[in-house]
Ligand binder design. Structure first.
Ligand code: PEP
Ligand code: MN
Length: 255
């Protein structure tokens, strides 16, 4: 048992994020927001095919500073317009306390990325907006550390926390990360918080997104977050792990 503050709470199940037919939270969209046209087309497609939340990065935490860094504030403005035009909830990442303020103005859910899981200043601040916070597991974080990180958000009075298993570093280098599927029922048992899985970053391999989504849901995940693009090969980031429209349809059929 890991001592934590969540067990005693009546956790808000974040009902409005669920696809009612599947009883799962379905978050889908591109890794990065690239243009209004790109995001609008993907948003309409994923919404019409069962997604309840659109994802899309405006501020991108890239491993290399030579890689596309996101459209930043301009990307957020695109996200804001697409959210209104399509009528879909959105999630996007705040990479630091500077971007947090503008992210919180636009986004229905505030995403904290794997690289920032232990940025305690950011966690405390992110909890202050009264919006759900999606907390990615740090790529080298234990389950204990991940739960402790969630408590920094709760410290600001916010228990609407979505815990996202997105794979961890292991000696296996076939996949980008190793998905720790067991963490899903463990987090649910230990905290009662909402748990989702990210098989895109969890594996880094497009063909594994459908099987690992199914595995995560079978293990008790409340939902999934997946990267979808009309033309994955042309995506400006994470193209190898991004599925196309027909794969997304297939995924929704499977679940
Ligand atoms: C993302 O979801 O856009 C992302 C960067 O994921 P992670 O923080 O899990 O690497
Ligand atoms: Mn990505």
């Amino acid at each position: 048992m890991i001592k934590n503050d969540f067990k005693k709470l009546k956790i808000n199940r974040l009902d409005d994020l669920y696809n009612k037919e599947k009883n799962k939270i379905i978050i889908a969209g591109p890794c990065s927001i690239e243009s209004e046209e790109q995001l609008l087309e993907i948003a309409e497609f994923v919404k019409n095919n069962g997604a309840t939340v659109l994802r899309g990065g405006a501020y991108k935490p890239r491993t290399s500073n030579r890689d596309f860094q996101g459209l930043k504030y301009e990307g957020l403005q695109i996200l804001k317009r697409v959210r209104e035009n399509v009528g879909i909830k959105v999630v996007t990442e705040a990479v630091d306390t500077e971007s947090l303020e503008s992210v919180a103005q636009v986004s229905d859910i505030i995403q904290i990325g794997s690289r920032n899981m232990q940025n305690f200043t950011l966690l405390r601040e992110a909890g202050k907006y009264g919006k759900p916070v999606l907390l990615k597991r740090g790529m080298a974080a234990t389950i204990y550390e991940w739960i402790r990180a969630a408590e920094y958000i709760y410290e600001s009075g916010n228990s609407d926390i979505i815990m996202c298993e997105r794979g961890i570093r292991t000696f296996n280098d076939y996949t980008r990360n190793t998905m720790d599927i067991a963490a899903i029922p463990i987090i649910k048992k230990e905290t009662g918080l909402t748990v989702i899985a990210d098989p895109s970053h969890g594996t880094g391999i497009r063909d594994l997104v459908i099987p690992m989504s199914c595995a995560s849901l079978a293990a008790g995940a409340d939902g999934i977050i997946v990267e979808v693009h009309k033309k994955p090969e042309e995506a400006l980031s994470d193209k190898e792990q991004t599925i196309d429209f027909s794969d997304f349809k297939q995924l929704m059929k499977k679940i």
